[in-house]
Design a binder for this molecule. Structure first.
Ligand SMILES: C[S@@+](CC[C@H](N)C(=O)[O-])C[C@H]1O[C@@H](n2cnc3c(N)ncnc32)[C@H](O)[C@@H]1O
Length: 198
């Protein structure tokens, strides 16, 4: 069954010229929670290869700007779009907006960042949660008041507790496991709407 799901979204990604099937996860999240608006200023953390960025830039009437950050080498194929700026750096190295070439905070921060997995469940869960914690640590400099955050995390009790503790930072927090997620995957997405600036 999981292979059937894989084939379906793999083929669909190919048909839509998406660089990865992950695009369908963001599409489902966006359709359900209205994240990307026509003029949105979007920060994509862990963008590589760039299917989330493709989804955003191809949205009808999209006239906003997208900044992508990843530790991997810049995807030159994507980089030519005038609405897009890409940086090869770690989230850890973003200390101020100028580090990623902007001077105003983002309407949307989206993070599909995933750690290098070891296959050891507890280690991978901890690494995933560390990336999430880093994003929350940087949010005051990155996300504007009222803005939205979409973020991936691997399932764990610690992750649940972490998000419970963050609930006052946003108007509403929702959890979703998109249909295109592989059955074997332990990831889910947290959709945080309406940032209350601390
Ligand atoms: C699942 S992929 C993202 C796929 C992407 N959303 C797409 O649609 O093409 C996860 C990415 O997170 C990146 N990543 C992991 N740790 C990071 C960090 N500390 N800073 C920035 N990016 C990181 C990885 O290099 C990897 O490219």
């Amino acid at each position: 069954m999981s292979f059937k799901v894989k084939d379906h979204y793999f083929n669909l990604a190919k048909k839509n010229n998406y660089l990865a099937r992950s695009a369908f996860k963001l599409e489902e999240i966006d359709k359900k929670y209205s994240i990307i608006n026509s003029g949105s200023h979007v920060l994509d953390l862990g963008y590589y290869p760039g299917s989330w960025i493709q989804y955003v830039l191809q949205k009808p009437k999209f006239s906003g700007m997208v900044t992508g950050v990843d530790i991997q080498e810049v995807n030159e194929g994507l980089a030519k779009n005038p609405r897009l700026n890409l940086y090869q750096m770690s989230i850890e190295d973003i200390c101020e907006l100028a580090d990623i070439g902007v001077d105003k905070k983002f309407d949307v921060v989206q993070s599909d960042m995933a750690p290098k997995t070891t296959g050891i469940k507890t280690v991978d869960q901890l690494r995933s949660l560390s990336l999430v914690e880093l994003v929350f640590y940087k949010l005051p400099i990155l996300l504007k008041e009222g803005g939205d955050l979409v973020i991936k995390v691997f399932e764990s009790q610690d992750a649940q507790n972490f998000f419970k503790d963050q609930k006052n930072q946003f108007e509403k927090i929702n959890f979703l496991r998109p249909k295109s997620t592989r059955k074997v995957s332990k990831e889910y997405f947290v959709i945080c709407k309406g940032y209350k600036f601390p």
